[in-house]
Write a protein that binds this ligand. Structure first.
Ligand code: COA
Length: 247
């Protein structure tokens, strides 16, 4: 894999660590980060040695303060942007990853940072976290799925409140809304994420993948279709486990 400039990628004991690494500018998301994340996420998806991934931000101040606004007015034309999006759909790639994804959040988690966290399965926040979607105030709307993933995570009314007003929420409110799974002191953020990752390391990866699919795909289906999906995933999991025992 190439050497990266905007992220750090490490792998240890079946856990992958993706660190957003632009601390001087609060780890804001630029085109280079998009390209590097695309490369790393594709590698993770195809790496059976990786059982869980922890996303975190470098430095003391932020997980990610959103899109790099210095690139705002230098954006490519809509046609080129659409082409790049098609070829480098980082957000679609995020949602296709079968392993457990954990966001370890501290400081500012804004815009793209919030959307990245919403692509993860479990969000753990430190007490200093501030989460928000400032896009509407900038005359844009979220472009990384936030208008869809936020209401699916916290419900329509609180999502509209955050998306329309740009209001930030604190760790306590984020936890109450279900935007994060739990809040821990800053010094325990990484170890807390690692505890979750370590817990599932011994599980059958196919079971983790199927459970993710059942929930994520099921949310977009009727209850009846969702139950059919669950039954289908459950029986193919059973068949693959029986086959493996036979081999
Ligand atoms: N794009 C590019 N650079 C950014 C940035 C962004 N979205 N957010 C922060 N930075 C840079 C600042 O320009 C500054 O760089 P400098 O030291 O070279 O001047 C550095 O990060 C630190 O930010 P600063 O604004 O000085 O910190 P602060 O504590 O005063 O404020 C924020 C922090 C998050 C409140 C403020 O930076 C902010 O509002 N950022 C924009 C958030 C946003 O709208 N994101 C886009 C969502 S689509």
């Amino acid at each position: 894999m190439d050497t990266f400039i905007t992220i750090i990628y490490e792998k240890q004991d079946e856990i992958a660590y993706v660190t957003l690494n632009r601390p001087d500018v609060l780890n804001v998301y630029n085109m280079q980060m998009r390209d590097e994340l695309f490369q790393v996420l594709a590698a993770i998806r195809d790496d059976p040695e990786v059982r869980a991934v922890i996303f975190q931000g470098a430095g003391e101040r932020a997980f990610c303060a959103g899109a790099d606004l210095s690139e705002f007015l230098t954006a490519p034309s809509p046609t080129i942007a659409r082409q790049v999006r098609w070829e480098r759909d980082v957000w679609g790639l995020f949602l296709s990853i079968p392993q457990l994804l954990i966001a370890a959040l501290h400081g500012y988690v804004l815009g793209d940072g919030l959307e990245m966290a919403l692509c993860c399965d479990i969000r753990i926040a430190s007490e200093d976290v501030r989460m928000g979607a400032p896009e509407a105030g900038l005359g844009i709307i979220p472009a990384a799925g936030g208008s869809q993933t936020l209401p699916r995570t916290i419900g329509r009314a609180p999502a509209l409140d955050m998306l329309l007003t740009g209001r930030w929420v604190t760790a306590e409110e984020a936890c109450r809304l279900g935007l994060v799974n739990k809040v821990v002191p800053r010094g325990e953020l990484l170890s807390s994420a690692e505890r979750v990752a370590n817990r599932i390391k011994g599980y059958d990866p196919a079971a983790v993948k199927s459970a993710k699919q059942a929930v994520n795909r099921g949310l977009d289906l009727s209850l009846l279709e969702g139950l059919e999906l669950e039954a289908r995933l459950g029986s193919s999991l059973l068949v693959s486990q029986v086959d493996r025992k036979r081999d």
